[in-house]
Design a protein around this ligand. Structure first.
Ligand code: DGL
Length: 272
């Protein structure tokens, strides 16, 4: 039996990654689950993010997904390793869960000429130190500086990201980041919600500092993974369909999701 790839985020952010999957790997079927009822995850504890993510992953596995992408940095930082090490073999043998941090850190150093990279992320992702640890493996000589941006996901989830309040926080976070390292020439948007404010972030950065979003990087990495793992690839159905599910109101999801996905969406509500 062939079945879709599962794509998970705390809310809408993973849609920016799914959009790139649809561009680079349109042949497959996908099921997207947003845990909007409990988003944002960014300020929650390790245990809570792990429990919530495990519930969502379990639901996607119940839909028979052979492979799930955590299209959420916070869940990748705080839950992925525990799920891979403690839960997969026991509860879902043969299935796979991948995150977004490893594929990004594998190549992030290549974008920087100064070897100084800034990371903008949720507090949870910053607190986990995952970017420092992973980037240190691939680019040991790079200086990686993190900036927690706790107000950005709430502003984006509430559709309040194109106004002065959003600009105030964007400027504040950029100022804090660059005042700690003025050699940064590359800023990674290490939260899948942030592509919506990429242009606004670029506007407040000095010339010569470029901004990297993760979607394309994660999609290219998924393509490479499926090429290297034909035993997983063969289990994925190729009907070019996408189904959307949310733990909150489907109507709200449909109203907001277009901003992230670029086209209209018809989601269904689920109870976990
Ligand atoms: N899109 C999630 C991420 O990449 C947002 C996390 C949140 O819910 O705060 O980190």
């Amino acid at each position: 039996m062939q079945t879709p790839i599962g794509v998970f985020d705390s809310g809408f952010g993973g849609l920016t990654v799914l959009k790139e999957f649809m561009k680079q790997l349109p042949q497959y079927d996908y099921i997207y689950l947003g845990d909007n009822a409990r988003a944002p995850y960014g300020n929650r504890s390790f245990e809570t993010v792990y429990q919530y993510t495990l519930q969502c992953v379990s639901w996607l596995f119940k839909q028979n997904c052979p492979l799930i992408i955590l299209a959420c940095n916070t869940a990748s930082a705080k839950a992925l390793r525990t799920i891979q090490q403690n839960d997969l073999d026991k509860k879902f043998p043969g299935r796979k869960v991948l995150g977004v941090i490893r594929p990004t850190t594998e190549i992030i150093g290549n974008y920087s000429a100064t070897n100084h990279v800034g990371i903008m992320a949720t507090s949870g992702t910053v607190q986990s130190q995952s970017y420092l640890i992973e980037a240190g493996k691939f680019f040991p000589d790079a200086t990686v500086v993190q900036q927690a941006c706790p107000m950005l996901v709430p502003l984006i989830e509430n559709n309040e990201f194109e106004n002065e309040a959003a600009d105030y926080f964007i400027q504040k976070y950029i100022h804090e980041l660059l005042s700690r390292d003025d050699k940064i020439d590359t800023v990674l948007l290490a939260c899948t919600h942030y592509p919506l404010i990429k242009k606004r972030i670029e506007n407040f950065l000095p010339d010569g500092v470029h901004v990297i979003a993760q979607g394309e990087i994660v999609a290219a990495s998924l393509e490479d993974y499926l090429y290297r793992h034909p035993e997983i690839e063969i289990q994925i159905s190729t009907g070019k369909t996408v189904q959307f599910y949310t733990t909150d109101s489907a109507e709200d999801f449909n109203n907001h999701a277009g901003n992230f996905y670029g086209e209209a969406i018809a989601a269904c509500h689920i109870e976990l």
